[in-house]
Write a new protein. Structure first.
Length: 258
């Protein structure tokens, strides 16, 4: 850059930053952050927004655009928030015969998650990594069976730490995938390390990070990823500390995902 262009460039940057800070959407966004997240987390998120409001609003706009035609893509589904009675996706795609690596026949995903997984799988294969799909869509009835078996084997309290009750599972969305061994050993695999480094590029977010059971309600699951879209993943990483649950709670508080 020539020295004569430095001052105008800086001045322009200041003007743009001031304009973004004055955007009427910022105050409601901050109010949603404050109302939906723990105080210390909310303060950190608001500080990140203040540092780069234009980037935040751009990512938020894109994330909401991605989810605007899909009422369930960014919907909160956890121990406190169930899916509607009888919910079942209408666009499930069978993974059999698609070229993806699957643990058994019968796995299905919603079409947006399937297309993203195909792209991610191709990138992983190019790097010499195999992504084995071990669980995907689960109906309410299937999840009921998983829950009942867990309760019978371990009791309800132990089961609730690692298994969602029927109607409360991200798997029922048709957007969540369990990879590999579905146990802690998965974290030590090449597939897990590849996902940690690359999954967000394809719109997949780790749902239950290590050490966040009080936030997510579940033990660490290095193998469980949910498709939320690339923009939402960037928003999560850059402004919400990389925590999917915080992002989803915020989006719900905006009134966008009820």
């Amino acid at each position: 850059m020539r020295s004569g262009t430095i001052v105008p460039f800086i001045a322009c940057s200041i003007v743009l930053a001031t304009a973004c800070a004055a955007d009427p959407r910022i105050d409601p966004v901050k109010a949603a952050v404050q109302s939906s997240l723990p105080s210390d987390v909310a303060q950190a998120v608001k500080a990140r927004i203040d540092a780069n409001p234009s980037r935040f609003l751009s990512l938020l706009d894109q994330a909401m655009k991605d989810g605007s035609a899909d009422a369930f893509m960014l919907r909160r589904v956890d121990k406190a928030r169930a899916l509607p009675d009888g919910y079942a996706p209408s666009d499930l795609v069978a993974l059999d015969g698609t070229g993806l690596s699957v643990s058994r026949a019968g796995h299905k995903l919603r079409r947006p998650a399937y297309l993203a997984l195909k792209a991610m799988d191709a990138a992983a294969r190019a790097d010499g990594v195999t992504l084995l799909v071990s669980s995907a869509y689960r109906s309410y009835e299937y999840q009921q069976g998983v829950w009942d078996r867990g309760v019978k084997a371990e009791g309800e309290a132990a089961t609730a730490a690692s298994i969602a009750p029927p109607g409360h599972s991200q798997h029922q969305l048709g957007m969540a995938i369990d990879f590999g061994s579905i146990d802690d050993s998965f974290a030590e695999t090449r597939a897990s390390r590849w996902l940690v480094a690359n999954a967000a590029r394809f719109g997949f977010s780790l749902s239950y990070p290590k050490g966040l059971e009080p936030v997510t309600g579940y033990k660490w699951e290095s193998w469980h990823y949910r498709y939320i879209g690339a923009a939402a993943c960037s928003l999560q990483a850059e402004y919400f500390g990389g925590i999917q649950q915080y992002l989803i709670l915020f989006l719900e508080a905006t009134g966008a995902k009820k």
